[in-house]
Design a protein around this ligand. Sequence first.
Ligand code: SAJ
Length: 418
Amino acid sequence: MDKKICIMGLGYIGLPTASMFATHGYNVIGVDVNEKIIKSMTNGTIHIKEPGLETIALAALNSKRLTVKTDPEPADVFIICVPTPIDENTKKSDLSYVKSACESILPYLQKGNLVILESTVPPLTTKNILIPILAKSKLVVGEDIFIAYCPERVLPGKILTELVKNDRIIGGFNLKSAQTAKKLYKSFVEGEIHLTDCTTAEMVKLMENTFRDVNIALANEFMKVSEHVGTDVWEAMSLANKHPRVNFHDPGPGVGGHCIAIDPWFLVDADREDTELIQIARRINDDMPKYIVEIVEKELEGVDKPIITIFGVAYKGNVGDTRKSPAIDIISILKEKGHEVRIYDPLVEEFDHRLSPLFEAVEDSDCILVLADHRIFNTLDLKEIFSKMRGKKVIDTKNCLSKSWKNTGFDLRILGNG
Ligand code: SAJ
């Protein structure tokens, strides 16, 4: 008999994972509490934009290996991929979705089941929250049911490739749990699968993203010092990177997305006293939008009622995702200060502010402010943009524009080149 997997949560991770298992021989029930998502998927509409996802998700649905519904049902394996947001004021994690997903599978648990948590969580969540809930089933954890924490580690924009190619960490409640989970993921994972315990696996995930956040904060600090002393941080970084043990991250307008700006708080949540560096890094990155607005205002000093055109509101280059994008804060601050802001991002479909077509966005504009390093910005008709603008200032916060911008005559100001 084919194995059945019930995946709780059909978001950025749950849907690709469900599609992957369904196209690798499993019968998958995709569960989401959002009826709209279930309805649209049943009608063949995929709600998540990610390269290659629509093709594989539709193949899975059409083959009937993937079916979607709002409630779980008995299965061999349950995989929890629900969101774990933080409270914006207290910066404490909200585990309510994890708890309710666990509670909702309780009535269906049977002897021999494997339950996997993939959501990013503070350390000890599997041990102190997931297991006590599942133990209410009266099944013996580690003997009757098996439990593992298997963090997702894929990069938005490359989710499907990385799901297959990346190494995978599996933290088992016991060895049998870890081995059972390994057998499952081996159906499509080509990277190596490493076994450990649940809490170590939780730490691995948080440490990876915190490493990135702290390093970006360091790059942002180098950038500010370079601005202050009047040198080029990009040249300095590339020369320092020639050292065999140095490899910097890049400065930019701030850290967005649904992972790196959030996950470090899970470590702080677990141990506030011992996470000073992590907290400072978070603050440095969160304060970047204010710093960027100061630079814009300095560059536009003397311009009466400037019009500022934002290029790129996605949280990073070449994706259409605007979740927690630094552009959101930058636009709010600019607007609060009374500046006229126009927005161009050909990759973004929906945004809180109005998006304009390219030439409308640059018409009579005094300045282009580049906030996301979309490749497409280097393929635009620069002469036409140049002729439409009132001023010729371009501020590139990602150091992503090609030489043609300067060659066209734009007054190009790169962040970090003081
Ligand atoms: N950024 C910089 N400078 C850099 C790198 C990134 O300012 O040198 C900014 C980006 O512009 C963006 C933010 O940081 O605003 C985050 O972008 P990202 O590409 O670093 O990360 P995410 O959030 O798209 O994906 C990360 C990945 N984690 C790591 O690379 C360690 C991914 O593998 C994780 O699976 C994902 O978080 C997640 O889901 O946790």
